[in-house]
Design a protein around this ligand. Sequence first.
Ligand SMILES: [Zn+2]
Length: 299
Amino acid sequence: MVPRGRAPANLEPSRMLRYVTAGTGSPRLSLARAGACHIALVEGEGLLFDCGPGATLRLFQGGFCSQSVGHVFLTHHHYDHMADLGHFALTRWDHTPHPEPLHVYGPPGTAGIARTLFGPQGVYWADSRIRTEHPMGRGIFAARGGTPPRPKPDVRAHDVAHGLAAEGTGWRVLAGPASHAQPIAECYSYRLDVPERSIVYSGDTGVCPEMVDFARGADTLVHMCCFFDDALERLGMVSSVAGPSLAGRVAAGAGVRKLVLTHPQSEEMDTPEGIRRAIADAARHFDGEIFFAEDLMEV
Ligand SMILES: [Zn+2]
């Protein structure tokens, strides 16, 4: 991907940390909401949180250069959070003559998924061989300014546990609790700490008391809000997914300044009236700032 897309007007490049909810959708198809994907830029270094369907195009639309991203943090392995990983990693590799390795972190199973996609005999193995060994691939590589030999995609995946997942210059990312798809699959939240600010992304979660401690002291909590509370109760899903009241309670308990709701799965919620209602429901529990995320919104 090249930085050719038009940046939205609300971006403020002068800030040290920018956190943009690039994709705010759910499994429900929406042209307005790409799959879950957030990008944090710390002094220009990109960290991606989830990589759901359409994320690569949405990042391009936002003017984000995929080459700036060296680290991808997956909250869990539902397709609405990782279906674009192949597209993102390969676009990043294919359009850059000599890209840096891409590190991918996530719950147990992440390394296996990366091997299945990018490893020898994996899903994209033939693609990688064609682009690195076939005269057509070598010609395109040379046309883009590459100098042979062309390396294959270098995706380094890491299964991580709760605690420090990765750190770099001026930032660290902690993996934390989420209650969603266990015991079948582990699911995480993430906390990004930079010197001036911390942002917690809940991933997908229902009631998870440990989330309050994990988010304590953070500036901003980006929290799932997929159905209204009465629907969650009726469908028996409160331990796995969140509505506005839970998001508000966690924000209040953690003492954050700002709550950002995301991932509306309910069609009823994803309307101007529904969003107003969700914010009002959250505000019954939390008296700080509340926003409902849109794609490419800086928070
Ligand atoms: Zn989801």
